[in-house]
Design a protein around this ligand. Structure first.
Ligand SMILES: [Zn+2]
Length: 412
């Protein structure tokens, strides 16, 4: 049972989310791509909201909004609360923006209670999380840990506009990116609240959950080559059907993802050649996407998939090749911050639940700077990247109370 609340924090968060949802690049739906005019307007609004909450703020050289509340000891390492305000095309209003808004609500609540934190608190609204405009990913948060790759500036959107050109139009400054990098010694931790984008919390009837790790990912391209033939004349016993072999391999992938804890494995693409109704498939190219919060589990899973697929290919007399093209390590969340969040969850009368994140977040980049942790908030039907994305005011309120409680514990 969640402890009773007047829902004022949840209502305040929803009002701020409404305000930010007005900034869209397209009429009638929410689209706020990195460095677009709507992003600029949302950044300006975020900056105003931060200043009204009592933070000193600015928009940095890459378009992130940074606000700072000084602590009793201005030299103590700061606590960062953040997420992103860019969106995908035809987005929901909660993905990313919720985490920024709850940072502001937290500072408002601390000040309303006359609490001056022992250390500074920074709120960050990143701009390039969704990978929806340029071929970059988490570039604005990687800049904080000094990992901005200058070649990212040459990436272009689908209209041919480079990130560098868009940054100039936005009012940013490519020459000042190095200045965004923070000194790790000056930061004690990063907290990010985000909608779950999955169905687990809803299934467990919980408003919030604490992220254990952000999944590592293996991606690979595979090909099976058999032999084409007439679908009417070649007897079943004499076939080397590439697609029938891949059907078996998809079953292997599905079982591999299902039989381990917290793993997922997917064949998302399968292209059949020659692809004719009356021809036995000669070749199939397909992809593998395998994820786990534990890199050793993921590597073992992929190894099992490869050897079982090889065995299936041998039995069927087809050839099988597989070429990994991505091996992105998992990002475990900080153990101490996980415990802080779990204590805060328990303090509002909710059973703490740990769950891995299947999607990437700014916390991946921030974990390179300082200890990082995430709180997930239940979203309706697990839907995200869609206007149907939805959370309740009760859950927003619960998330706000958890964040405030955790922050108080860290900065007291
Ligand atoms: Zn997001």
């Amino acid at each position: 049972m969640t402890m009773p609340s007047d829902l004022s924090l949840g209502r305040r968060a929803m009002a701020l989310l409404d305000e930010l949802a007005r900034h869209s690049d397209e009429p009638g739906r929410l689209t706020r791509l990195y460095l677009s005019p709507a992003h600029r307007n949302a950044a300006d609004t975020t900056l105003r909201l931060m200043r009204e909450a009592g933070l000193e703020g600015h928009i940095d050289a890459l378009g992130s909004v940074a606000g700072r509340l000084e602590g009793v000891d201005p030299d103590a390492p700061a606590l960062v609360i953040g997420s992103h305000i860019d969106t995908v095309v035809d987005a929901g209003r909660f993905d990313g923006t919720l985490g920024v808004v709850l940072g502001i609500v937290t500072v408002e609540a601390l000040r309303a209670h006359g609490i001056t934190p022992a250390c500074p608190i920074e709120i960050l609204a990143f701009g390039d999380e969704e990978n929806a405009r340029f071929p970059t990913n988490l570039s604005t948060s990687y800049a904080l840990s000094g990992r901005y790759n200058p070649t990212w500036l040459d990436g272009r959107d689908q209209d041919g506009v480079s990130l560098r050109e868009a940054l100039i139009r936005f009012g940013g400054d490519a020459d000042a990116i190095a200045g965004i990098a923070r000194n790790p010694a000056r930061y004690r931790g990063y907290l990010e609240v985000h909608i779950e984008q999955g169905p687990l919390l809803e299934a467990k009837n919980l408003p919030v959950g604490v992220v254990s790790a952000i999944n590592g990912i293996t991606r690979a391209r595979a090909a099976v080559t058999g032999e084409a033939g007439h679908a009417g004349t070649v007897p079943m016993t004499m076939r080397r059907d590439a697609l029938a072999a891949v059907a078996e391999m998809i079953g292997i992938v599905e079982r591999a993802g299902s039989t381990r804890t917290d793993t997922v494995a997917t064949v998302g693409v399968a292209q059949v050649q020659p692809g004719a109704t009356n021809v036995i498939p000669a070749r199939v190219d397909f992809t593998l996407d395998a994820r786990s919060p534990d890199d050793s589990v993921r590597h073992a899973m992929v190894q099992d998939i490869v050897s079982e697929c090889e065995a299936a290919a041998q039995r069927r007399g087809v050839s099988f090749t597989i070429e990994p093209f991505m091996d992105s390590p998992a990002t475990p969340m900080d153990k101490d911050l996980i415990l802080r969040l779990e204590q805060a969850v328990a303090s509002i009368g909710v059973a703490p639940m740990r769950l891995p994140s299947g999607a990437g977040h700014d916390a991946v980049a921030m974990a390179a700077l300082c200890p990082a942790a995430m709180l997930f908030v239940r979203c309706k039907d697990g839907v995200s990247h869609n206007p149907a994305e939805s959370i309740t005011v009760e859950d927003a309120d619960a998330a706000a109370r958890v964040l405030i409680e955790a922050v108080k514990g860290i900065v007291a």
